[in-house]
Ligand binder design. Sequence first.
Ligand code: PMP
Length: 283
Amino acid sequence: SLIYLNGEIQPAESARISPFDRAFLFGEGIYEVCIIINGQFVDMDSHLARLDRSLGACGMTPPPERAQLPQIMHDLAHANGITNGFAYLQVTPGATPRSFTAVPQGRPTVMILAQAQDFLSAPSLSRGITVQLQPDIRWLHRDIKTTMLLPQVMAKRSALANGVDDTLFFDELGITEGSSSNVFIVEASGTLITRPLSHHLLAGCTRARIITLAQDAGMKVEERIITRDELLRAPEVFVTSATYMIVPVTSIDGHAVGDGQTGEVTKRLQDAYLDFMRSLSAP
Ligand code: PMP
């Protein structure tokens, strides 16, 4: 496959990244994942805006090709013949001597890969996912989309070991987010609830899109803390992310959510999201 690395689309097999890259030595990296549906990138602008915010939050300057990133991502998808799949983009400060505070002299590393995947036929869309709850052991800058993903990898491996699909995190206030998603509940009244943005969770691009689509459809959305009790009693629960899109949660720590099927409101929002994605490629 072909990747983009530091100015050039090139074969992944021969691409080279320095062993002194600060992402490798210090975990100093920012990333984004943006899906491609029928040849169209979904919410690319909000993903790139969040990339800028994440870079700024850890004192990294935008890479020299920042303005060309949309074109580069399109070119890379095209070069790989991908009309349904995703682009993964990572930016790091580049190479320095192995010193915490060394200032990079060269260019930042920008790596983009594109991979085919048929998100619209994911079984989880209709079947939903089962989850477990775990204390959120991550750091307190979860608003930065960093490549330091060890806690998320451990949470997802633990879910699989425990026979469920994924892990949702909680802190002393309530549910923070999923290991790679944002969490919503639907109240009996039909109102959507999701945790307000703060440094305790990532500002999901899909979260923002779903809130807009829900409000456009006349639904009420409240941003407030969801306690663990409330989550377990909610008639409907769903998660959002670029790659999940919007997926119902059917069981939490072995307790069925509602009747264990996709709820009515969740289904309506799935349909609205599919319509939105179709509208991107409409002539
Ligand atoms: N929270 C975390 C921890 C994530 O990794 C993700 C996936 N990037 C999200 C939320 C959802 O964000 P988005 O909708 O932008 O994919």
